[in-house]
Design a protein around this ligand. Structure first.
Ligand code: XMP
Length: 515
């Protein structure tokens, strides 16, 4: 594409997308290419600079990847990170060896010489950075200087200021490196001199144009849940292929209060998207009857969802693609660093099994993006703040917030209590400080007293957590009066609940959901 860009060469690091994200965040356009594609780069591609990612290989291995000469012929600035630093050093005549002293985690970096790459990076002479390496550059190439060192990496930052080649042993792209973003910013704007032209509007246009190219005149179906990710995908597709997009929304009956009405209003009425609404609440309830095992519940819901989606999708003729709102963290979380599947705690409900079963091609326009980037895109697509900033909601819905058997009566009680809690969080601005909050209905009845009578009703559990990514979480520390007020409000308005408790466990050892 004819626009100024930074090329990120991927050597297989789990952080490559983080580098791209930082570059985007700073307002520069970037493209990631696999290291085997370096040969295809040429001077007519408006390349302003190159970043070499980290990676699991070792430069000391004879069979390791070689850095193609083509990269030097481009005569643009290069920044090598970790493995990228080592392969660049080796290529230019330096030496790399496996060190006896590994560096994993936090390390302290000492400034040795001034350089444009470290402008404003060291506030004092020492700063904290995040390392993850065993190999080190032991001899630097001719014409390079040492800019900074850590205890175990003498050459933690090196540079050749004439050629504008930089090598750094730590990871500036991860948040644990203090001021890491400043270092990347220096490389982009002071060294590569790329213009700040990248923003969510441009990103939207590129994504739409890519969808158009890929889909052409074919039809696409999309499972719409009303959550941020599937909503943004649906709106991008609507812009790209108009009425060739058909959304299917399955009401499992396990949604939050009035959720199905809101989804229909937004997508059918406001955005005029072709929309198939399937009210399957009775079918789900019937299948869940007398089932109380959490894993069996999850499996029943997941299977039924796929079955119904397939059934309704088959009624649409000539569908070639299935669109999904997969985000980048979904892809990294589904495998470990070595690529092996992580151990299974819960059977997550998603539509992952669909494309294979239905022999459809997948479109995942958000697969390189992070949640906050998707939200920015959503703003460009006129998605309401209510949807954009909504807390995550699990596929199996309220079923996993009603431990034990799920009944229509329990769902109704829970929907009412949850809506009181959430509305009050929104009214008091707590909502935006919390990563996820919900009410659950515990399968025990306890004695209470209301007026002069004895009651025997359910316990409502409230959960509110802070988190960065849902992998770990902490309970939110509410003001006591707030909790008291919510408890009163729920008990006074929801028949069926006479006791409210607040969950103060973190994850781990608990999980965010109850099942
Ligand atoms: P846990 O309970 O595993 O939840 O700590 C972590 C995050 O994942 C959500 N969650 C799900 N999301 N399908 C989803 O789409 C599922 O089956 C599912 N189970 C849990 C949960 O709400 C939290 O945000």
């Amino acid at each position: 594409m004819n626009r100024e860009k930074i090329i990120i060469i991927d050597f297989g690091s789990q952080f490559t997308q983080l580098i791209a994200r930082k570059v985007r965040e700073l307002g520069a356009y970037s493209e990631i290419i696999n290291f085997t594609k370096i040969k295809k780069l040429n001077k007519n591609q408006f390349i302003k600079g190159i970043i070499l990612s980290g990676g699991p290989q070792t430069v000391t291995d004879k069979k390791t990847s070689k850095l193609d000469n083509k990269i030097l012929n481009l005569k643009v600035p290069i920044l090598g990170i970790c493995y990228g630093h080592q392969i660049l050093s080796k290529k230019l005549g330096g030496k790399v060896k496996t060190s006896k002293k590994r560096e994993f985690g936090r390390a302290f970096l000492k400034s040795i010489l001034k350089s444009p790459i470290t402008k404003n990076f060291f506030i004092t002479k020492k700063t904290s950075v995040w390392m993850s390496h065993q190999d080190i550059v032991s001899v630097i190439p001719k014409d390079f200087k040492r800019i900074a060192s850590s205890t175990n990496s003498k050459f933690a930052i090196i540079s050749n200021e004439i050629k504008k080649y930089y090598g750094i042993q730590f990871h500036p792209e991860v948040s644990h490196t203090k001021n890491g973003k400043i270092l990347i910013k220096n490389f982009l704007f002071n060294i590569c001199k790329i213009k700040r032209t990248w923003n969510a509007k441009q990103q939207k246009e590129i994504l739409i144009s890519n969808i158009k190219k890929k889909v052409q005149n074919h039809k696409v179906i999309c499972a719409l849940s009303g959550g941020v990710d599937s909503s943004v995908v649906a709106l991008l597709l609507k812009k790209a292929i108009k009425n060739n997009l058909i959304c299917i929304f399955i009401n499992t009956g396990l949604l939050r209060k009035n959720e199905e009405k809101e989804v229909i209003n937004t997508f059918k009425r406001k955005f005029k998207i072709k929309f198939i609404y399937v009210d399957a609440s009775n079918i789900f309830l019937k299948k869940l009857k007398k089932i109380s095992d959490p894993e069996i519940k999850r499996k029943i819901i997941g299977k039924l969802f796929i079955h119904l989606f397939e059934k309704y999708a088959k009624k649409i003729k000539n569908v070639k693609f299935l669109a999904q709102g997969t985000l980048y963290p979904d892809l990294i979380e589904s495998k470990t660093v070595t690529g092996s599947p992580s151990s299974k705690i819960k059977s997550h409900h998603n539509v992952g099994g669909l494309p294979r079963r239905m022999k459809l091609n997948l479109i995942e326009p958000l697969k390189d993006l992070f949640k906050d980037e998707v939200r920015k895109l959503g703003i460009q697509l006129s998605l309401s703040k209510d949807i954009l900033y909504r807390h995550p909601f699990p596929g199996p819905g309220l079923a996993i917030r009603i431990p034990g058997e799920v009944t229509e009566q329990k769902i109704k009680i829970l929907q009412d209590a949850d809506s009181i809690f959430i509305n009050e969080l929104k009214r008091t601005n707590y909502y935006s400080k919390i990563w996820q909050a919900y009410a659950a209905l515990l399968p025990v009845k306890t004695v209470g007293v209301m007026g002069d009578s004895r009651t025997y009703e359910y316990i409502c559990l409230l959960r509110a957590i802070t988190s960065e990514d849902g992998m770990t979480a902490d309970f939110f520390n509410f003001d006591k009066n707030f909790l008291q007020k919510i408890s009163n409000k729920i008990i006074n308005s929801v028949k069926g609940i006479n006791r409210v408790v607040y969950d103060i466990t973190s994850k781990p050892p608990s999980t965010i959901e109850l099942e």
